[in-house]
Design a protein around this ligand. Sequence first.
Ligand code: FES
Ligand SMILES: [Fe+2]
Length: 391
Amino acid sequence: MSANPAPARRDPGYLGLTAPVATLPAAWYFDPAQYQRELTQIWYRNWIYACRSSELADTRSFRTLEVGDQSILLVRAEDGELRAFHNTCRHRGAALCRGAAGRFPPVGIVCPYHAWRYNLRGELVQASSSQVGDGFEVRDYGLYRLPALEWNGFIFTALTADPPPFAASLDLPPERLDNWELAKLVVGHRMSKIIACNWKVFWENYNECLHCPGVHPRLSQLVPIFGRALLEQRDDPRWRDHAADDDPQYVGGLRRGALSWTMDGRPVGVPFPKLSLEERAAGHTYLTALPSMFLAAHMDYVRLVRLLPLGPERTAMSIEFLFLPETLSDPRCDLSRAVEFTDLVMSEDAAICEVNQRGLHALPHAAGVLMPEEYVVRQFQDWVRAQLSRA
Ligand code: FES
Ligand SMILES: [Fe+2]
C-alpha cells in the first residue's frame, strides 16, 4: 500500500499535476555548455531588469549592467532619453566604462584605451589618431545600440535588437499593478546576496510552496495556506470541501489580524491609497518577468527581486524595497520589520537552493520528478525548454 495515495477525487478546477513529470536533466544545472546555451537563448534574448529610473535621473548619468559575459552601458542622454549600448569601444573593443555607475563629463564618453570619443547618442565624435585611413568615416563606428525601456519607473534592457513585446514578458497584464502607482515609489532599502546555485534552481524554488512548511516556519504562520504546502486554494484536489470557508488556510492570504509581510504582520509604512479591498486582503500580488525579476506587492511596500547569472552554479540576487515617499519621510515608519522578514525568508530560500544545487551532482541522478503541488515548476521548465528550442 502506498503511503501517499492518489486522491480519491479531484474537484473541477484543481490546478495540480495529476501524474509524475520528469524535471529538467540534472546536468543542466551545472554543465558549462548548457549554461552558455541558456545565456545565448534566454538571457541574451529577453528583457532584463536593470535599475530604477531614479538611478539614471540626471542627464549624463550612466550605469553598467553585467549579464553573463556581456556588459551593457545605460545612459541618460542630454535630451532626457534613456539609451543602452554594449559597453564596448568600436576601435579595438575595450570596455568603455569600468565602474558600475557614474556621470559622464560634458565631453561625452571617452574610451580609456586610445581615447576615441562618443556622444551620448552613441555616435563616434572623434577617433584619436592624428590621421585616418582613406575612406574611414566616423559615422560607421557608432556604439552598438541596444533596446531600453522604462515601465513605471523600472528600467529594462535587452541584448538583442528584437526582444519579445514587453507586456508579453510579464506573467500578469501590466495594468494589474496600477493601484500600487509604482512610478511614484522610492527605494527605501536594498540588499544583495550571491547564491551558490544555478539560476533555474532559484526560480524553481520560487515556483512552489511544497518546501514552505519545512523551510519557512515564520512565513507559513503568516500565510497559512503556505503552511499547507500550497500556493493557492485550488492546489488542493478537494478544494471544494472548503469552498465556502473563508479561513486563510483554505482561501490564501495573510493570517487573520496580519496586514503585511513583516515580522509581526503590522504594516511598516503608509498603505497604498488606491488598493481595492481584494488587493489588500490578498496580502501579496506577484508579478514575474523571467528570467531576471519578480516583484511582490504588499499593502504598504513593494519588494523587487532581481536575479543575474554569474556562472553555472552562481547567481546574484538583489532586492529593492519600494515605498511611498510619505513613508520614507515619516520618522515613525520603521522599515526594519519588513526588511528583517524578507531577509529571513530570502536567506532560508538561498540556503535551501544551495542544498538543492549540491545534491544535483550525484552520478546516478539524471533527473528528478515533480509532485502534484509543483505544477508551476513544470510551467517554468516548459518555458525553459521552449526558449531553448527557439530558432
Ligand atoms: S579600444 Fe577604444 S580607443 Fe582603442
Ligand atoms: Fe521559499
